[in-house]
Write a protein that binds this ligand. Sequence first.
Ligand code: HEC
Length: 318
Amino acid sequence: MTATPLLGNNLTSWMPESASTLAPRVDAAYSLMLAFTSLVFLVLVGSAIFFVIKYRYRGLPQVTSAGSGSLLLHLSWALIPGIMLVLMFQRGLENYADATVAPGNAIDVQVNVDEDGLHYDIVPSSVKADELVVPLNQPVKLTIHGGDAAKTFAIPAFRTSASTNETGVATLWFEATQAGEFDLWCTAGCSDDLIVSQVSALGDDEYGTWLDNNAPGSDLPLPEYGKMVFAEQGCVACHSDTGDQAGKACPPLGGQFGTQRTFVDGSNATMDEAYVKESIFKPNAKLVKGFQPVMPAFEGRLRERQIDGLVAYIKSLK
Ligand code: HEC
């Protein structure tokens, strides 16, 4: 969805759509400031108009009263705006601190800027793309390498923006709360259009599919892809791909598919697809006899195609 710079997508709201965890908080701070400043404006301009009318010139001679100081008036004049300022400062500081410090578990996205636009490198999944796709409800941190000239980037729907520092790097983070496509602007320092890129926020399943389709090796047949994942995920450090343990402290995986496994508790099972998956997700559920429970659990750390690839690869090992 493309938003016009000053009006939101729908003309009933003067704000752009609100699609991140930060957005409602920034809007609330904005509304608070607008309310306070409007109040001060009305009181000032209202009393100015009132007094202009009340003390308008009605012919000489006129003497105004000497006036007697009012402590209450003085105090309220100092305290009420003072409290308003402190409240605005507090909201602003909270939001600023939140917007500045990304949560530790944020997905690391490195962004390079050149004349063709922005290029994204989603580090944890080794996916490189020219459009940014992010999962819903997960923090994402962009580290934008903006080059020499100072630049400012903003994602209005997420109410976040950042400028490059003296090393040419701008960082910003967000957590999308609404699926859709949102504009990423370069609001200063870029010669081209205001809208330079798009951010798509997808639900978990769709995001996983997008990663699968864009991950390196996505065009490989499953067993070959599995071989890549096997190396990438470090399985290769522990398991040999032949029938021989090859000096590694773990069961060899070559030629094992379809054979009978014996576990520490004396029970047995055939190595089929379900068993391989369980061994990867919950290695300690069935401990192979003669080995230690040292394998890390990969549950939640692998995408569907990665698992399918691993199973196909292990199946293919002779
Ligand atoms: C730190 C070493 C280590 C790493 C890394 C590791 N494993 Fe294991 N794995 C083991 C050990 C030890 C066992 C045997 C004990 C057990 O069953 O948990 C095992 C068991 C298995 C089994 C069952 C083998 C059998 O003979 O029944 C499979 C399948 C397996 N691992 C696959 C994988 C895959 C795939 C990966 C990578 C995603 C991986 N492992 C990463 C150490 C490791």
